[in-house]
Ligand binder design. Structure first.
Ligand code: G3P
Ligand code: CA
Length: 240
């Protein structure tokens, strides 16, 4: 069972920052998950929301700032405001950090509400620049983004995220040639997992932070789990 640190080691450190990613390097885990948007000057940056309001000391849309402007914002998380590793990272900075490792990198394309022009191509170009496509999962809630990724390079693994299950999810994942399905932990049942497994999908579940959810998913033998507490999940996993 593969453990992915969700938005980095985000249970203890500001999510999607170099600090939260660096803190993963010594963990015995499979990989990390993080979210990508584009700036006004078309740079790829790692942040969860479309806006900087929740996690930084400013407000407004990521796409309305240049990278240089975004780098001036500080983390709004108490105790981390003056830490330079807690500014908004670029995708390139994150890829470079993990280049010497074997970590799988799950890059979530956050195109659910804003469709950033050419984001899929730009992300894939960067993956190719570092020659790490065998360590990548491109995931999205937006099927169109996965379709575009598949058209650009069908050899890069993709994962379909969903929030609400309906009968079309399986067909959608098949039509997209997705390799993975990423369901939310609250919807996962053995029956649903078996449906995905029978159709040759690997399943990574988001986001299990409670002991109860972690034990449920380990017992269900899911392929992978996204968690903000990879250390805790590792300890629980050892007992099984
Ligand atoms: O990729 C799994 C999970 O991160 C999806 O939800 O909102 O945390 O990006 P969210
Ligand atoms: Ca995500």
């Amino acid at each position: 069972m593969n453990i992915y640190a969700h938005r980095g080691f985000s249970g203890y450190y500001p999510e999607n920052t170099m600090l939260s990613f660096k803190k993963c390097l010594d963990l015995n885990i499979c990989g990390i998950e993080f979210d990508v948007h584009k700036t006004k000057d078309e740079k790829l940056v790692v942040i969860h929301d479309e806006t900087i309001d929740r996690t930084f000391n400013g407000c407004g849309l990521v796409q309305d700032y240049t990278l240089k402007e975004l780098k001036n914002f500080k983390s709004s998380i108490e105790g981390f405001e003056d830490n330079d590793d807690c500014k908004i990272p670029t995708l390139e900075e994150v890829l470079e950090l993990f280049l010497p490792t074997n970590f799988i990198l799950n890059i979530e394309l956050k195109t659910d509400n804003i469709h950033y022009k050419n984001i899929e191509k730009d992300v894939i170009d960067l993956i190719n620049k570092y020659n790490i496509k065998n360590r990548i999962i491109l995931s999205s809630f937006n099927p169109n983004s996965l379709k575009i990724c598949n058209e650009i390079d069908s050899t890069i693994n993709t994962g379909l995220l969903f929030e609400i299950y309906n009968n079309q999810i399986l067909d959608l994942a098949k039509n997209l040639n997705a390799n993975y399905i990423h369901p939310p932990v609250n919807l996962v049942t053995e029956h649903l997992l078996n449906t995905f497994y029978k159709n040759n999908f690997e399943v990574n579940v988001y986001t299990a932070n409670s002991t109860e959810d972690m034990i449920k998913l380990i017992n269900f033998k899911v392929n992978g789990i996204f968690t903000n507490y990879p250390d805790k999940l590792n300890n629980i996993k050892k007992k099984f």
